[in-house]
Write a protein that binds this ligand. Structure first.
Ligand code: FAD
Ligand code: SIN
Length: 510
């Protein structure tokens, strides 16, 4: 049987996976696998920027407080402390590797986003921060001869035996290859594709969470899905993100009667926490019997808007919307998963040799609602910590007997099921949930449960299995939490209950 051995396997090539690989590279051979081209990740699409307390008017203590407040009482404070304290060092390091953030004169320029009490968002090329991070991190990774990268290599299952992880089965060139490693870092990003309306790229199908769950890892906080208030709403266009930084710079939300409405919902108006803004938009859409509202930048000055948001400007223009002159039709979209594979502050999961970092992990820093632009920083800080802890704790046990997933089944009409699942999740497990919508979702998802028992060896089918696995857990978690906290809003339980300060965990009986 063909198999490969490396010292360290990193699954995923976004900010978290790349930062982990850089930490591991001086200490052994590293393989980074990505299921698409190396640059296809949420990281590459990140717009608004990266939150870090580095401006003259800011302090790490204030960043800490803002993160806890946005998390609505459910953040893990030790993890938040690490994020805000180590953040500035990670950014300085990135700058020393060549990252070019936008400046005002000779100083770094910081912008404002929702629920931040200071201007603290660093950005690059206006609205292409993710691309800049990716450029610098990929450049750094490529400078290490010890790092190999495989594109279009899809992790299918983790290799786990006796509570230890030995690597993963990876599908490459239509063949499954076991890749054996002393430590494995899962950095597969989130699962926005589970919902029919999402800002996330096609690769975001929650593969890491699903694989880890099947292998016996603990998932936590899965009911908390963040819906971004403003994605482009045009029948012929994808739900392209319209960065929160546009509201940070003064953009105004208007309903279809052109009336501004956010002040009626929250004293921070357009810059209220994301969950509040998303629900306010839904409420205006219902009131005005419309499927969108508008984002208005027309008062900000055409030169400024084009300079500050060049990528958004040119993308919208392709759809005949000139954001300097036209109101932009927008609606909320699934954007980020606060929950994921439970880790400690060093990225360690409950399975020896398995680490997780970035959006696929749940360190607890985001609590019930992530503070805007904290996730790129999370990828840097906890990607490094996961790498550093992985190299200190190699799995030295004898290699287990391999059980190659070779006999493949196929799922008739899998693309049709994928579409139905995504619409179901948007309609019944979306921004506003209740017992009856969640129960309907749970029943319909269970009709497809047979898919979870199959060995699937094409990318689309595997993704469907992973999406179904995680959709089922999100739905069950949302049913279980009978109260509204952060991004989880239950119309039948609109308040926090008595016992709200808990975390709900999920672990498969193996
Ligand atoms: P990703 O960057 O998503 O990378 C995942 C990697 O895993 C990819 O390489 C993918 O190919 C690989 N992968 C997945 N499954 C498999 C598999 N089975 N086998 C092999 N490889 C696999 N956050 C901010 O802080 N600031 C922002 O301005 C911001 N803007 C955003 C804009 C958009 C449009 C989106 C979608 C998100 C934005 N976010 C932002 C969120 C942030 O970008 C993500 O949370 C973060 O980039 C996640 O990084 P990651 O490394 O965990 O995963
Ligand atoms: C945005 O630019 O609005 C996205 C920021 C984020 O998701 O943190």
């Amino acid at each position: 049987m063909d198999k490969e051995h490396v010292d360290f396997l990193v699954i995923g090539g976004g900010v978290a996976g790349l930062r982990a690989a850089i930490e591991l590279a001086p200490h052994g051979s590293v393989l980074v696998v990505t299921k698409d081209i190396p640059t296809e990740s949420s990281t590459g699409y990140a717009q608004g920027g990266i939150a870090v307390a580095m401006s003259d008017e800011d302090e790490v203590g204030i960043h800490y407080e803002d993160t806890l407040k946005a998390g609505d009482g459910l953040c893990r404070e030790d993890a938040v402390r690490i994020l805000v304290e180590e953040g500035p060092e990670r950014i300085q390091e990135l700058i020393s590797w060549g990252a070019e953030f936008d400046k005002e004169g000779s100083k770094l320029a910081f912008t404002l986003e929702a629920a931040h009490s200071r201007k603290r968002i660093l950005h690059a090329h206006g609205d292409a921060t993710g691309k800049e991070l990716e450029r610098v991190l990929i450049g750094k990774v490529r400078s290490y001869p010890s790092v190999k990268r495989y594109a279009f290599a899809i992790a299918v299952e983790l290799i786990v035996s006796d509570g230890r992880c030995f690597g993963a089965y990876v599908l490459k060139n239509r063949r499954v290859v076991p890749i054996l490693a002393k430590a494995t870092v899962l950095a597969t990003g989130g699962g926005g594709q589970i919902f029919s309306i999402t800002t996330n790229p096609q690769v975001a199908t929650a593969d890491g969470m699903a694989m880890a769950f099947r292998a016996g890892a603990v998932l936590e906080d899965m009911e908390f899905v963040q819906f971004h208030p403003t994605s482009l709403y045009l029948p012929a266009a994808p739900h392209f993100l319209l960065s929160e930084a546009m509201r940070g710079e003064g953009g105004i939300l208007r309903n279809i009667n052109r009336e501004p409405f956010m002040k009626r919902y929250h004293p921070q108006a357009e810059l209220a926490p994301r969950d509040v803004v998303s629900r306010a938009i839904i409420s205006e859409m219902v009131k005005t019997k419309s499927d969108h509202v508008f984002l208005d930048l027309t008062h900000l000055g055409s030169d400024f808007v084009r300079r500050r948001f060049p990528r958004i400007y040119s993308t919208c223009l392709q759809y005949d919307v000139d954001i300097t002159k036209d109101l932009i039709p927008v609606c909320p979209a699934a954007h980020y998963m606060m929950g994921g594979v439970k880790t400690d502050t060093n990225g360690a999961t409950n399975i020896k040799g398995l680490y997780a970092a970035g959006e696929t992990a749940c360190t607890g820093i985001h609590g019930a609602n992530r503070l805007a632009s904290n996730s790129l920083l999370e990828g840097l800080v906890f990607g490094k910590r996961a790498g550093s802890s992985a190299l200190k704790n190699p799995v030295e046990a004898p290699e287990p007997e391999l059980q190659m997933p070779t006999v493949a089944h196929s799922i008739p009409a899998h693309d049709e099921i994928r579409g139905r699942l995504r619409r179901l999740m948007w309609e019944k497990v979306g921004i506003i949930r209740c017992e009856s919508s969640l129960t309907t979702a749970k029943q319909r998802l269970s009709d497809w449960a047979y898919i979870l028992d199959k060995t699937l060896l094409t990318r689309r089918e595997l993704e469907l299995k992973n999406m179904l696995q995680v959709a089922t857990i999100i739905t069950e978690a949302a049913l279980k939490r009978k109260e509204s906290v952060g991004a989880h809003y239950r119309s039948d339980y609109p308040q926090k209950g008595k016992d709200w300060q808990k975390h709900i965990s999920w672990r498969k009986k193996i």
